[in-house]
Design a protein around this ligand. Structure first.
Ligand code: PEP
Ligand code: MG
Length: 587
């Protein structure tokens, strides 16, 4: 196969924003470890103590910075690392082993801490596996200090950092150098680094295949964190285009914010609810500021990432109540942990096909205690009356029935404890697996609402990995089968009188809005920054015309034909504002 030569790399759009800056390759040296015998045991022991003290100081500084930039809760990641450095049992073991084995302290540190890590990796507790990753960071820090080496923490100012991987500590350090963005070979949207990038508002594209091999120091880079695109050494035209886009984005964003309190209504009077998807709780103020009519999807797996563990009932209850209170009287739809797939959390769980594996509701039903803890927290938060609950990756009625049994059990347990909840809390499912899409009529008899997750639905309908850039051209939102499936789904949901909203990325694609309206969706949940755009588009559309457009598209047989038809539709109707809208959409 002849690969097209291009200066564009695709990755995962992890943290929004567009930035143009020089690349800075951030490499961490792998320290070599010698197992040779040493002569001076006392000196080795002193070196170890000094290295530990030095590591503590370094970590202390990172912790302080993290508290300032991220707040106490998130900075706790580093506090936990500090506790390892203060573990006297570990330190004594290290000192004793130096004495007995007469080996260099870096060898002992490496060997002893790796043993701990292996134990943790073998644990069935995901928390332990995740901790093992933090210990790796600490291990390398002590070894480097033993060798008196400075980590390459000095980063040029105002650069885009390119690295194989980044740790939370790296991310915090980047803020010191006013890093403009970052790109990694590995890592996904749910990694710690990704979450921190969003909180720190540093545009980031992760999972860019071989980024460190393809990008060199000082290459000029355009990073588009909205669409997960990187342009290496762009042409003058590309730079101009993006610079202009940055400026227009800023002015247009300010203009659009005037729509904050306006409803979304088509010119022929159809009303729409535009909600936000919430990926990190810190986004909440932004969600409110952008005029969301509630939250259509809370991706609760983020709590696991932030808190480094599946949080207990009380912690979850507080988080969910906080969201519900802030959004009241609008509703908040909390989705159960969507674990697995591309959001693989258990570190050593190597499934042959994670996307088809232990994911979403399958994982939750196999971890009932974890699931029930979450259900109880959500039920308790539902006293606010504006909380809804939904489950991801549903493929069979049995999964719904089992979940409903668990919800009933949870209600009983809460009652026994005298804890309040809304007995009629709405329970819905994500429609993101073709089998569920085909059985909507049956599901409609057992749930109160549907939420269409097009990200996964497209992946499973077209058999295309949503995160694999090699097949990204086959991942087609406007594939005729997608439009036809959505038409079928909305039709079936209407028959059972079950509300159906849409929360996949397709709802935020400006090209798709007339299709979504024409298909008959009345509630869209999108990334908060897209809300004003979507409102603006809807306010300029006519439902009747959108319906005609959909009917025409349903007859077409290729994505290209459908895209051209939509473009023609836009061109015929709008001129000035549509140009602005589409500048910010390069899908
Ligand atoms: C989806 O699949 O469209 C969806 C909204 O869920 P997620 O992206 O979290 O898998
Ligand atoms: Mg999904």
């Amino acid at each position: 196969m002849i690969m097209k030569k291009t200066n564009v790399l695709k990755g995962i759009a992890t943290a929004p924003g567009i930035t143009i800056a020089k690349a800075f390759l951030y490499r961490k040296e792998i320290e070599s470890i010698s197992s040779e015998e040493i002569n001076d045991i006392a000196e080795a022991q002193i070196s170890l103590k000094e290295a530990i003290e030095k590591s503590k100081k370094e970590l202390g500084k990172i912790f302080e910075l993290a508290v300032k930039k991220l707040g106490e809760k998130r900075a706790a990641i580093f506090e936990a690392q500090m506790m390892i450095l203060e573990d006297n049992i570990l330190i004594d073991t290290l000192l004793n082993r130096i004495d007995k084995e007469k080996k260099a302290p870096e060898y002992i540190v490496h060997d002893e801490i790796t043993k701990y890590q292996n134990l943790m990796n073998a644990s069935t507790e995901f928390y332990m596996k995740e901790r093992s990753q933090d210990i790796e960071d600490i291990k390398n820090r002590i070894i480097r200090n033993l060798k008196n080496k400075k980590w390459k923490s000095k980063i040029d100012n105002d650069v885009i950092v390119v690295s194989e991987n980044v740790t939370p500590a790296d991310t915090v350090l980047f803020t010191r150098a006013n890093v403009k963005g970052y790109i990694t070979n590995f890592g996904g949207i749910t990694s710690h680094a990704a979450i921190l990038a969003r909180s720190l508002r540093i545009p980031a594209v992760l999972g860019v295949h071989e980024a460190t091999a393809k990008i060199e120091d000082n290459d000029l880079i355009i990073l588009d964190g909205y669409h997960g695109e990187i342009i290496i050494n762009p042409t003058e035209k590309q730079v101009e285009y993006y610079q202009d886009k940055i400026e227009r984005l800023a002015t247009f964003d300010t203009e659009l914010l005037t729509l904050r309190d306006e409803p979304a209504v088509t010119i022929d009077g159809q009303k729409y609810i535009i909600q936000a998807n919430l990926d990190v709780n810190e986004e909440i103020e932004f969600v409110i500021q952008n005029g969301a009519h509630g939250i259509g999807l809370v991706r609760t797996e983020q709590l696991y990432n932030v808190l480094e563990n599946f949080p207990d009932e009380e912690t979850q209850f507080k988080e969910y109540c906080d969201l519900a209170n802030k959004l009241y009287p609008h509703s908040v739809t909390i989705r159960a942990f969507d674990i697995g797939g591309d959001k693989v959390l258990p570190l050593d769980l190597k499934e042959p096909n994670p996307m088809l594996g232990w994911r979403g509701i399958r994982f939750l039903l196999d971890h009932q205690n974890l699931f029930k803890t979450q259900i109880k927290a959500i039920l308790r938060a539902s006293v606010n009356q504006n909380v809804k609950f939904m489950i991801p990756m549903v493929s069979s009625i049995a999964e719904v029935n089992k979940t409903k049994m668990l919800i009933d059990e949870c209600k009983k347990e809460l009652e026994e404890k005298g804890l309040k909840f809304n007995p009629n809390m709405e329970f819905g499912i994500m429609i993101e697996v073709p089998s569920a899409a085909l059985m909507i009529r049956d599901f409609g008899k057992c749930v109160s609402f549907f939420s269409v997750g097009t990200n996964d639905l497209i992946q499973y309908l077209l058999a295309v990995d949503r995160g694999n850039e090699i097949v990204s051209s086959s991942y087609q939102e406007f594939h005729p089968a997608v439009i036809r499936a959505l038409e079928f789904m909305v039709h079936e949901a209407k028959i059972t009188n079950t509300p159906m909203n849409i929360c996949g990325e397709m709802a935020a694609d400006h090209y798709a809005v007339p299709i979504i309206i024409g298909l008959g969706f009345h509630a869209l949940s999108v990334n908060a920054s897209e809300i004003p755009y979507i409102k603006k588009i809807i306010n300029n559309l006519s439902f009747k015309e959108c319906r005609v457009l959909v009917k025409e598209c349903l007859k077409l047989t290729t994505e290209d034909e459908i895209k051209s038809r939509i473009l023609k539709f836009y061109k015929e109707r709008f001129t000035e504002f549509v140009d602005k809208i589409f500048e910010n959409n390069n899908r």
